[in-house]
Design a protein. Structure first.
Length: 147
């Protein structure tokens, strides 16, 4: 799943360390929901005003747009992994830097789609005591081969 390496944690307060653990646990839950095709569970882990800017795709704003985007994955078996590199916490906001890895295997057969080492920058917000994904942006860590 994730491999957290919260840089700067040597000087973090106990509450910051607890927040980091909670955020990494939320990312793990998000990953499990993706991998089990629980897309409604994924959407529940987003704030109501969530906005995302996926690489090579239009902006995804709000839960309804997220539902529509995840509905497009119904034809695939999804294997997702997020390798957390850094978590920075300030009050009820956190910035997470990670690498995303996805394998989308068509349920009808055919060649899987592989997304490897895509950079992910996300902002998580504590909402009602629970960390939820509020903003996100992705970019390629390296040029991708032409299909």
């Amino acid at each position: 799943m994730t491999a957290p390496r919260a840089r700067g944690s040597e000087s973090a307060s106990p509450s910051d360390a607890k927040d980091r653990e909670e955020i990494v646990a939320a990312i793990d839950a998000f990953t499990r929901a993706l991998n089990s095709a629980d897309y409604e569970g994924v959407v529940a882990m987003m704030t109501d005003d969530a906005r995302f800017w996926p690489v090579d795709s239009p902006e995804m704003a709000g839960k309804e747009r997220a539902r529509a985007a995840y509905a497009a994955l119904e034809g695939y078996r999804v294997e997702a992994r997020f390798d957390v590199d850094e978590v920075l916490v300030s009050g009820d906001l956190a910035v997470v830097l990670a690498l995303e890895n996805f394998r989308l295997e068509p349920k009808s057969g055919g060649k899987p789609i592989e997304i490897r080492n895509r950079r992910a920058f996300s902002i998580w917000r504590r909402d009602g005591g629970v960390w939820k994904s509020a903003r996100g942006m992705t970019n390629w860590a390296a040029p991708q081969p032409k299909s």
